[in-house]
Design a protein around this ligand. Sequence first.
Ligand code: GLA
Length: 730
Amino acid sequence: MDPLHLRSAGTSLLISFDSGEAEVVHWGADLGGTLPDLAILTEPVPHSSIGARVPAGLLPQASSAWRGRPALRGSRIAGGVSGLDFSARLRVLAARVEGTTALIEQADPDAGLSVQSALTLHDGGLLELRHTVTNDGTTPFQVDELATVLPVAPDAVELLDLTGRWCRERHPQRRPIQQGTWVRTGRHGRTGHDSSLLFAAGTAGFGNRHGKVWATHLAWSGNHEQFADTIGDGRTMIGGSELLGPAEVILEPGGSYTTPGLFAAYSDRGLDGISEAFYSWFRSRPHHVLPAASTGLPAGKPRPVVLNTWEAVYFDHNLETLIELAKSAADLGVERFVLDDGWFRGRRGDNAGLGDWYVDESLWPNGLAPLIEAVSSRGMEFGLWVEPEMVNLDSDIARAHPDWIVGPAARSHKDGGRLPLEWRNQHVIDLVNPEAWKYIYDRIDALLGGNNISYLKWDQNRDLLEHGHAGSSSVHQQTLAAYRLFDELRKAHPGVEIESCSSGGARVDLGILERTDRIWASDCNDALERQTIQRWTGLVVPPELMGSHIGPTTSHTTARTHDLSFRAITALFGHFGMEWDVRKVTGAGREELKRFIALFKEHRDLLHGGRMVRADVPDESLMLHGTVAAVPPEAGTTAALFAVVSLRTGYAEQPGRLAIPGLEADRTYRMEAIAPATGDPGYAHTFSQAQPPAWLDGGAVASGRFLAEVGVPMPILNPEHALLLKFTAL
Ligand code: GLA
């Protein structure tokens, strides 16, 4: 069978069948149209071995002597005997390319198993890989794991993955690749605060804009593993799988199981190239709500400026206060007002009410209509917080249906079954139970149908522990049932956008983003923390899908105090909004806030459609990132916005020249610092210098090449301050 070769945006995927099974023999740089006879890739055979080469299969298997982590683990149950057909020998039956997708079928007729694989190399270079295993036998087959893996080239010597916690999601950790397996396991029943959004291997010291990188992302919101597996002969596979609970997937004859998608990108220009592949995929989705004059893509709906009520009023819902807040927001230029937690029956704090998705009559005698009217009559959209997958024991629904609450026991807690430990005073509603699913669907559907709501902030605030349906582990089924809830509600209310929130950023993955319109990156609105949270979340998630709000002057989660300019410059590089009692923002501060909102609106096409550039800055006290117009801008228009961010004091007396990469080399630009402005309240303490660099007053003109190669001296910024630079194409 001839090899299959997919090529796109500088990436090649080459699949050979010479060994009898599908084998990815190259995933990396574009190889061009002419290939040699792939027999030249046949490795030597070492002593003490099977006496033949061992293929690094698309589905690595012991039947080919692969002694690393196998792709398929499972066994058959027949005639009262379990553990049968534990080792499949999958051989290719058919393979073809349809458009940008390679479709491969492999089977083991003796074991009664077949696996269909689809590998799509999208236009921007992002590879999407899924396998489906089918039970062709006559007795049940239990799937324990089906992993999606890809080989990385031998020059990949370092791993980067992300980890975190509540209010500090997605921070990097690095280690050398050595023999053995590095596994990141998520047993949260949701994606998890510590989940590695990106799992990357690369050449020594790879950075934001240099080095070769091979990176994967697992599109799944339940239990999962991501890993790099380096076997004794030195070959390394990276990939991931759903972490299935005991007997969660038993295939009846003819039944099948499909893996979550593994999304993968290769870059020869560091992590920025990886982000480009992901952003390009997001931006080409039909439902991607976007502006995008600067991307050349058809214009969609611009992301509205948000005001979210959480850190403004918390549970203290009072119609008069909320209307005042809405008026104040409208005056500032807000375009979407989101009513957070606290509006439904019995919800005066975080210990009651979840599940009772009726507007609380005691607080809202006329329903939400008066508030929605106050919001929409001022030209703003109305959004509502919900947490459909959860339930408090102190709720009418939990009292009426104790058997709808998830637990490890087959019987309900009212009948003596054990409940999992409470988490934020709440439990999980069993969406695998069709009646419970229907109740939740009907309630959210009724709320959306009966009110002018155009946005849901869909929260999920606990880990799924000891999660069972009818006494059996059911995280797999629950995850699919939750996905179905999103899908059906979207179908019924196509105009409604949905945000994925999960105690901040604990459900950030492409599985959920396939059915939602943005993520809440973190409950931490402290701009300093947000700089790094957004930097690393932005590896995969483009800024227009990453909620980013200006919080109160003193952060509610860290007690740090920051100037408005630092908070606003941080929020600008996401889906911009506020989570703050803006009624109390007055005087010069209010004028400054208005200017930032106007600035976001003026530049949102660029911010939400441009190329993300993250400089490799040698001085670790500084960060430099920006968005550069994806198509060459007309003379006189803004070509890029960059933020220079001071995280802490630097080691040197002054930061010296900072190279600004990513602009067109042969184009000339006017560079100017546009925020904070000289009259802003925080301007004076942004700097700590006797004299500013010459260009700061009045700007500078230079070519993209000069800016990238020579750079410009930066002002001495005080720690936890930032400067916004605008580049106008001349
Ligand atoms: C979670 C979310 C917050 C807020 C609260 C409301 O913690 O992450 O943004 O919505 O719930 O209870």
